[in-house]
Design a protein around this ligand. Structure first.
Ligand code: FAD
Length: 305
C-alpha cells in the first residue's frame, strides 16, 4: 500500500517541485546520490573503482516532456563520457541511460537517435551503455531500441524486470552470445495482468530468469541486494561452470556497500549503479518505495531536523 503511494508520488509534478527545490542536504538523498555535479560523479567513480568495484553512471533527469530538456540530457551524457574517457575510466565505468530522459515521450525515432549519440560517445570513451527499463508501457519500445542499437553497438546492455509476467520469455530471447542483460526485480508500479505483485512471485520469477541467463551464452548482470538471490546466483555459477568474469553482480550506490566489497573481495565482479544530478526526486522516491523504512529519515531531512 505504502509502496504504491510512494510510486504514485514519484510521478507527481507538484510534489516533485516542492521536494526537489528543498536544499540538497538530507542524509537520505546523500546516501543514494553521488552528488549534483559531474565532479561529484567523477570523485565517487574514482573511489569505487579504486576499491575494485565497477560502476554504471546515471545522469538524473527522466520522464521529460520537453525536447530542449531531452537535448540537454544527451549533452550531459556526452560530457560525462568525455570525462570518463579522459580519466581513463572507460574500462571500469559505463553509463546507464533512461530513454524517457532523451525523448521517448516524443516517439521511438527521437529516443533511438539520441541513444545512438550516447553510444557514439561511449564507444569513443572505450565503454558501454545499458538502457534502463522503465514503466511497463515502454518495455516493447525499449527492447526494439536495444535491438536496433545492437546492430552497430553489440555491447549495449538490456534490462529485464522479473516482476513482468513475460520476463522469462524476454530472458530466453536475450540469452545469446555477447548479449549483456541486467536482471532486476522492477521498480515501477505495474498492473496485475502484466506483472506479479506478490513479493514471493517476483522472487520466484527472478530465480527462473536467472537460471535462463546463467545457463545461456550471454553476459548476465544480476542486479539485486537480496541475500537469498545472491546465494542462488553463486550456486548457479558453480552449476553452470561460469568463470567469475562471465557475469557480474550489480547493486545501487548506498545500498549494502559492505556486501558489494565482500563479493568483490571473493573475486566476483560487482558493479555499483551511481546516480548523480539535480533531478533526484523520482529516483529517490523509488528507493523509498523499495524500503519504506527509509521514509522516516527522508521526512526528517525535508523538514530540516
Ligand atoms: P528487495 O527485496 O527490494 O530488497 C532486498 C534487500 O535489499 C532488502 O531487504 C534490503 O536489505 C536491501 N534493499 C533493497 N533496496 C533497498 C533500498 N532502497 N534501501 C535500503 N535497502 C534496500 N529497476 C527497474 O525497474 N529498471 C532498471 O533498469 C533497474 N536498474 C537497476 C540497476 C541496479 C544496479 C539495481 C541494483 C537495481 C535496479 N533496479 C531497476 C531496481 C530494482 O528493480 C529493485 O527495485 C531494487 O533493486 C530492489 O530490489 P532488490 O532486488 O534489491 O530486492
Amino acid at each position: 500500500m505504502l509502496r504504491q503511494a510512494l510510486l504514485v508520488a514519484s510521478r507527481s509534478g507538484g510534489a516533485r517541485k516542492v521536494v526537489e527545490t528543498a536544499p540538497f542536504t538530507g542524509d537520505l538523498v546523500r546516501r543514494f546520490i553521488a552528488g549534483e555535479t559531474i565532479d561529484d560523479a567523477a570523485r565517487v567513480t574514482s573511489d569505487l573503482t579504486s576499491d575494485g568495484l565497477l560502476v554504471s553512471l546515471d545522469v538524473l533527469g527522466e520522464d521529460t516532456h520537453d525536447k530542449g530538456h531531452a537535448e540537454a540530457n544527451v549533452q550531459n551524457y556526452v560530457e560525462l563520457l568525455e570525462r570518463l574517457g579522459a580519466a581513463g575510466l572507460g574500462a571500469r565505468a559505463e553509463v546507464s541511460l533512461k530513454l524517457s530522459a532523451v525523448g521517448q515521450t516524443f516517439g521511438e525515432d527521437l529516443a533511438l537517435e539520441n541513444a545512438r549519440r550516447v553510444c557514439v560517445a561511449a564507444s569513443s570513451a572505450g565503454t558501454t551503455v545499458t538502457l534502463d527499463m522503465e514503466e511497463h508501457t515502454t518495455v516493447d519500445s525499449t527492447l526494439r531500441i536495444v535491438h536496433e542499437l545492437r546492430r552497430e553497438y553489440p555491447d549495449v546492455g538490456a534490462v529485464v524486470q522479473s516482476y513482468l509476467r513475460r520476463a522469462e520469455e524476454h530472458c530466453a530471447e536475450l540469452a545469446y552470445e555477447g548479449s549483456r542483460v541486467r536482471l532486476c526485480k522492477g521498480a515501477y508500479a505495474a498492473p496485475a495482468p502484466i506483472a506479479f505483485t506478490d513479493k514471493e512471485d517476483i522472487d520466484k520469477s527472478y530465480v527462473r530468469c536467472m537460471k535462463v541467463l546463467m545457463a545461456g551464452k550471454g553476459y548476465p548482470m544480476l542486479a539485486t541486494h537480496d541475500p537469498r538471490l545472491i546465494d542462488i546466483a553463486g550456486a548457479l555459477s558453480v552449476l553452470d561452470e561460469r568463470d567469475a568474469n562471465t557475469f557480474e553482480y550489480q547493486m545501487l550506490y548506498g545500498v549494502r556497500p559492505q556486501e558489494q566489497r565482500r563479493l568483490a573481495a571473493h573475486g566476483a565482479q560487482v558493479r555499483v549503479y551511481v546516480a548523480y544530478g539535480r533531478e533526484w526526486y523520482q529516483y529517490v522516491m523509488r528507493r523509498l518505495a523499495e524500503r519504506p523504512g527509509n521514509l522516516r529519515f527522508f521526512m526528517r531531512a525535508l523538514v530540516g531536523r
